[in-house]
Design a protein around this ligand. Structure first.
Ligand code: AMP
Length: 281
């Protein structure tokens, strides 16, 4: 497994792979790898010849007062996990390699980035779209795998790839959960034992709504109320948003008549967690 920091070296590597007729697969991460990341690496490994993982905590997708400085890191652990998943190249740039002096370009999308995480984290998706565009242009993948855990991010990236003709196949990996249902996240390590227990309310709330749908309730406000009741019973959970939106367009829905995503974000102390469930009509 090679580890490179310089974008130009990675581009040269990618060109060489292409000359050899190899299909490049990409899994972008911010590191502190858990089983959710590893599931994406394994999926990508099975679909490509040369597997690239990027490991970069991207400053431009963190807002002021967010957790950039204390984002958990474990470089050595990440490299050995990546190796065990059959990664061929880890691209691990420094911030100055990605944003050298004079950098001033921004990739910005429209309506898709306005609600949900876009509303509570202004500028976040500009940061994501810009860095992912750079990662695509540096690593030149044929396919890239992203987790459904970040549902809005996945929608944004699909739109970006289509709008800018990147010609990269975007593949989604399902949410990997802990035994008690909590979605795996690098940020779970921040949680106090009490908060970690109460974090279960998110998936339980989502599943309560799913259960109501299975019983025949299609009305969005009733489904949202079912989820809100469960989440509201956890005193440490401070709800940021709970929304039911069209799974493709992310437009608000009043009645579930096609696949819809029930998405939640909540803070437990300083730690913001997100989760979602796709409800089938
Ligand atoms: P991050 O390191 O948080 O930027 O995540 C890197 C990739 O892993 C993104 O595509 C995430 O959606 C994905 N991911 C994070 N958590 C999970 C999870 N629990 N299950 C599946 N994919 C995940």
């Amino acid at each position: 497994m090679q580890v490179l920091k310089a974008p130009a070296e990675v581009q040269a590597w990618a060109r060489q792979q292409a000359r050899e007729g190899k299909r490049i697969g990409l899994v972008p991460t911010m590191g502190y790898l858990h089983e959710g990341h590893l599931s994406l690496l394994r999926k990508a490994r099975s679909l490509c010849d040369s597997l690239v993982m990027t490991l970069f905590v991207n400053p431009s997708q963190f807002g002021p007062g967010e957790d950039l400085d204390r984002y958990p890191r474990d470089e050595d652990g990440d490299l050995s996990k990546a190796m065990a998943c059959g990664v061929d190249l880890v691209f691990m740039p420094a911030a100055a390699d990605m944003y050298p002096k004079g950098f001033q370009t921004k990739v910005s999308l429209g309506a898709l980035t306005e609600p949900m995480c876009g509303a509570s984290r202004p500028g976040h998706f500009d940061g994501v779209a810009t860095v992912v565009s750079k990662l695509f242009l540096i690593t030149r993948p044929d396919l890239a795998v992203f987790g459904q855990k970040d549902f809005q991010q996945l929608a944004v990236i699909r739109r970006l790839v289509s709008d800018l003709n990147f010609g990269i196949e975007i593949i989604a990996g399902p949410i990997v959960r802990e035994e008690d249902g909590v979605a795996m996240s690098s940020r779970n390590v921040y949680l106090s034992p009490d908060a970690r227990k109460q974090a279960r309310c998110l998936v339980r709330g989502l599943r309560a709504a799913e259960q109501r749908l299975a019983e025949g309730t299609r009305d969005a406000s009733t489904l949202l109320a079912a989820a809100r009741a469960v989440i509201g019973a956890a005193p440490l959970a401070k709800l940021d948003y709970l929304e039911l939106r069209d799974a493709e367009t992310l437009e608000s829905v009043r009645t579930v008549s096609k696949p819809a995503v029930l998405a939640v974000a909540a803070k437990f102390g300083h730690t913001r967690l997100i989760d979602n469930l796709v409800l089938q009509a």
